[in-house]
Design a protein around this ligand. Structure first.
Ligand SMILES: Cc1cc2nc3c(=O)[nH]c(=O)nc-3n(C[C@H](O)[C@H](O)[C@H](O)COP(=O)(O)OP(=O)(O)OC[C@H]3O[C@@H](n4cnc5c(N)ncnc54)[C@H](O)[C@@H]3O)c2cc1C
Length: 396
């Protein structure tokens, strides 16, 4: 049986940054990354943006924000499971591997559209292989239907429309992202989409999809698009790697504020439900930059379990819909009050909880507010401080 100082599961941002940080922190080897992905590490965010807008085949954007150090083994197209945290072993194919430390960075996968014929022609978008199939279908499509108005649905619809495809979004939301970001942001996003020619069918749900592409809506109408993309959410894959007595919650592996699951096991990225060091509650985070940061923290902590650092980054992401980029930082578990500050060519929305404590910021063409917001959210400042232009120095 081969034995490793560290095994990392997953070659997304969390897995690669974990391996890199572990080696840089002097963690004992050998180190191996096992990944179900068949392709060398690449960036996912362009898959719904530049990659899909381009008229050619999907090209990967290599992952450069984290890089595997020399000597770290990468095994592609390798699914790991059967983790035994007591014996410190796992299985991949017929092979049993032993680890001293394990970092689970298994990410998530798209929710398959429920109520569809098994042989219906429906795309989802997560991997480079998904993007390749979607781009190929888009080459021949004159009409497209995107189901869902989350960020991936909005980004992909904008990209398909920019290719000249007549694109429709069907969503049960009253306006895209209204539930998550409130009515003002939702209205802005709607106008960006419609300006690109995207048709929005809001307040409507898909009830069934019959093979190959007959889509039935609950308003009684039927659509026959050339291409269907279901962007109706993700299923975290932490449970795939559920370890012994470690609890999994809605597919995520539950961890403490050091991202530690149990003795010798850490989790990072979409697969984690970790206690946050500042807010003192468990957060689910599904963002690229946070996966990089959490992976790096898990790697450092695995390298030095006696001196573990606390997860204290304010989660956040950027989303690009057509040519419009939103910057968002928030704990991500809701808000009670939203205050909009408009300016020429941009806006900022400040979100607060029931006690008027700042819990989020959404910035459009307002970089300074985004950075200030991150500092104020981390300090758990009142929304009044944000609205009056107040700030903290980065050291406070
Ligand atoms: C199209 C698209 C656009 C996006 N755009 C943005 C954006 O603009 N901004 C943003 O912040 N976020 C964006 N995201 C979300 C972001 O990509 C994810 O939050 C991020 O990839 C999570 O990183 P991760 O490392 O936790 O998981 P993943 O990137 O999902 O990687 C998980 C890895 O684990 C592997 N794996 C799974 N199970 C096993 C197993 N049992 N054994 C071995 N390996 C396994 C997978 O093959 C994969 O390599 C986007 C996502 C998509 C799909």
């Amino acid at each position: 049986m081969e034995s490793y100082g560290l095994i990392v599961l997953g070659s997304g941002p969390a897995g690669i940054s974990a391996a890199q940080a572990y080696v840089e922190a002097g963690g004992p080897g050998p180190v191996i990354v096992l990944t179900a992905d068949a392709d060398a590490p690449y960036e996912r965010p362009p898959l719904s943006k530049e990659t899909l807008t381009g008229s050619g085949p999907a090209e990967p954007t290599p992952l450069t924000e984290a890089v595997l150090p020399d000597g770290v083994e990468l095994r592609l197209a390798t699914v790991a499971g059967d983790i035994d945290p007591d014996r410190h072993t796992l299985r991949t194919g017929g092979e049993l591997l032993a680890f001293d430390r394990l970092i689970v960075a298994t990410g998530s996968r798209p929710v398959p559209f429920p109520g569809a014929d098994a042989d219906a022609d429906i795309h989802t978008l997560r991997t480079l292989a998904d993007a390749t199939a979607l781009s190929r279908a888009a080459t021949h499509a004159r009409t497209a239907l995107v189901i869902g108005s989350g960020f991936i649905g909005c980004e992909a619809a904008a990209s398909l429309a920019r290719r000249g495809i007549a694109t429709t979004i069907v969503t049960p939301e009253s306006t895209p992202q209204a539930d998550r970001l409130g009515p003002y942001a939702a209205q802005q996003i709607s106008s960006w989409l419609t300006d690109l020619g995207v048709e929005l069918r809001t307040g409507v749900s898909v009830t069934a999809i019959r093979a190959p592409r007959t889509v039935h809506l609950d308003d009684g109408t039927t659509l026959e698009p050339d291409l269907i993309l279901a962007a109706v959410g993700i299923i975290p894959q932490g449970e795939v790697a559920a370890v012994g007595e470690a609890t999994a919650y809605q597919g995520r592996l539950v961890a403490d504020e050091h991202l530690q699951v149990t003795d010798g096991v850490w989790v990072a990225g979409d697969a984690a439900r970790a206690m946050h060091g500042i807010v003192g509650r468990a957060l689910d985070v599904e963002h690229w930059g946070d996966a990089l940061a959490m992976g790096a923290l898990a790697g450092r902590n695995a390298a030095a379990p006696e001196q573990q650092q606390v997860w204290s980054e304010v989660p956040g992401f950027w989303s690009t819909i057509g040519e419009h980029t939103l910057q968002y930082a928030a704990w991500g578990d809701g808000f009670e009050r939203a205050e909009v500050a408009e300016r020429v060519g941009g806006f900022t929305i400040w979100y607060a909880d029931a006690e008027d404590v700042l819990v989020g910021v959404l910035a459009y063409n307002a970089d300074a507010d985004y950075e200030r917001g991150r500092r104020l959210i981390a300090a758990q400042a009142g929304i009044g401080v944000a609205l009056s232009g107040g700030d903290l120095t980065p050291e406070e």
